[in-house]
Design a binder for this molecule. Structure first.
Ligand code: GLU
Length: 497
């Protein structure tokens, strides 16, 4: 059977970085197995919908370079891919459940349900809920005569449709990460499947859709583990017990210090982005996003891939293609993983290097233009190549390379105090004279002249770049060229007298 996976977000807000990892693992499995990755929008909770959440999600996926094989934009054989457009389908299946006695109408008012809970609480029931015991004394299709149920429905009395959960017995399933999970049915409640507004709930709609979309693997966050026994039970009620997908519940992403689930609050506290891309709705501004901070999508995916999965080797840097090649469900981890933003930065550095200086040259030139500098392609490549080891984010290219175009305006006072003396002054002058005689301006001829006066190196760097640190000094001199080098040394000597 062809692998079918799905990501099934409720469009209620920005995409948590943990969800991006879920998306990635689904995508990697589908790609690896030549299967289909389906995007399904679970928009049945109309009260919680946020208008632009869906377009935000689609844009996030585009930026990440993860294009679903089927979804609201792509279409496909299992459409429509938004649950709000599938309401007729859920009606069909809820009728099956009502007719087979696996679901029932319930007319209880919120007040009556509250009173039931209070009664159970007073009787010291640990977990007061609408279940196989309490339903016996509530107002529902199990306790009322069929004619009265029909009358009340005809009269327009509000109702929900509930799942008739087993009274007792073990519900078991084998989770891809956790192994066998067993839950006693007596702790589960009679979940609402259809709300009084005629819309299905998450539990019901997602099971119907997973089945109809022939989902083979449900890869999702650990927070859904407690719901899975209900889902297993529902599959049985619908007559699909032989076609239950493989469930894979991913361990949580933890805060940087390991104290609990990674949250937006941690991101704020530790000062790192919390969402893949920024959200352009003024009332829901998400300032700190990975795209806007300068993370490359491939680096972010590489970083997330290794937070909960390991390749079984020491390899860390993976392109997307390499991840697809290496991915396997067997190597998913069992325990929560700490979110370490320093590691994300390291991956960004690696992926910037992989792309190479030629790829960054036009970016560099575009940044240069913002400061009215026109930069030749070959110079841009050479500068990007020179500074590439010092780059964490693309913006650093221009920051690290802009000194080639702007003479230093002042020099570090501390360094001057430490290093500037008669001897270094003479060294600078001598160096300036020696390079003036050079016929060929290249690394091999410049290097011995710099090495002849080692004491001046920090001052020379300061004179040429205005900085204390940077790429290789000889390379800088070569690239800066004869005129600028002389001009900057002269300016330095003049200023310090
Ligand atoms: N709509 C659910 C969510 O918001 C989907 C959970 C699942 O993957 O089953 O995450």
């Amino acid at each position: 059977m062809a692998v079918h996976v799905r990501f099934a977000p409720s469009p209620t807000g920005a995409l948590h970085i943990g969800s991006v990892r879920t998306i990635l693992y689904n995508y990697l499995l589908a790609q690896k197995e030549g299967g289909r990755f389906i995007l399904r929008i679970e928009d049945t909770d109309q009260k919680r919908l946020v208008a632009s959440a869906e377009s935000y999600l689609l844009e996030s996926l585009r930026w990440l370079g993860i294009v679903p094989d089927e979804g609201p934009e792509q279409g496909g054989t299992f459409g429509p891919y938004k649950q709000s457009e599938r309401l007729g389908i859920y009606q069909t299946y809820i009728q099956h459940l009502l007719e087979s006695g696996h679901a029932y109408y319930a007319f209880d008012t919120p007040g009556e349900i509250e009173a039931m809970r209070e009664r159970l609480k007073a009787a010291k029931v640990a977990n007061p809920q609408y279940n196989a015991i309490s339903r016996e004394w509530m107002r529902n299709g199990l306790t009322m005569p069929a004619e009265q149920v029909a009358e009340w429905i005809a009269a327009g009395k509000p109702y929900v449709i509930r799942l008739k959960m087993a009274h007792k017995g073990l519900i078991r399933f084998q989770d891809g990460v956790r192994g066998w999970v067993k839950v006693d049915a007596s702790v589960l409640d009679d979940k609402v499947l259809m709300k009084s507004d005629g819309w299905p709930t998450y539990h019901f709609a997602s099971i119907v859709d997973d089945h109809l979309m022939q989902i083979t693997h449900v890869i999702r966050g650990e927070e859904w583990l407690p719901s899975t026994p209900i889902h297993i039970w529902l599959y049985g009620c619908l007559g699909w017990a032989d076609e239950i997908p493989q469930f894979i519940h991913l361990p949580l992403l933890l805060s940087p210090n390991g104290s609990g689930k990674l949250s937006k609050r941690h991101a704020d506290q530790y000062g790192f982005p919390a969402f893949p891309i920024a959200w352009n709705r003024p009332d829901l501004r998400v300032e700190k996003a990975f795209r806007e901070a300068g993370y490359l999508p491939e680096a972010l995916l590489n970083f997330l891939a290794l937070l909960g999965w390991n390749p079984g080797t020491n390899q860390e840097v993976f392109t997307k293609e390499a991840l697809i090649e290496a991915f396997s469900l067997e190597r998913l981890g069992k325990s929560g993983v700490k979110f370490d933003i320093a590691k994300a930065k390291w991956f960004n550095q690696q992926h910037i290097k992989i792309q190479g200086p030629t790829a960054w040259a036009s970016y560099f030139s575009t940044e240069a233009i913002k400061e009215n500098i026109t930069c030749r392609q070959e110079d841009a490549i050479a500068i990007c190549n020179l500074v590439k080891d010092r780059i964490t984010f693309p913006k650093d290219f221009w920051q690290e390379g802009r000194f080639f175009f702007f003479d230093p305006v002042d020099y570090d006072a501390e360094l001057i105090k430490q290093r500037w003396n008669t001897q270094t002054k003479e060294g600078m002058v001598a160096f300036s004279k020696s390079i003036a005689t050079l016929i060929e301006w290249k690394g091999e001829t410049i290097k011995p002249l710099v090495q002849a006066v080692p004491a001046i190196m920090p001052l020379l760097r300061m004179a040429l770049t205005g900085r204390k640190a940077g790429p290789d000094l000889i390379d800088i001199i070569v690239l800066l060229g004869r005129d600028k080098t002389h001009k900057r040394i002269d300016a330095f000597l003049e200023k310090l007298g």
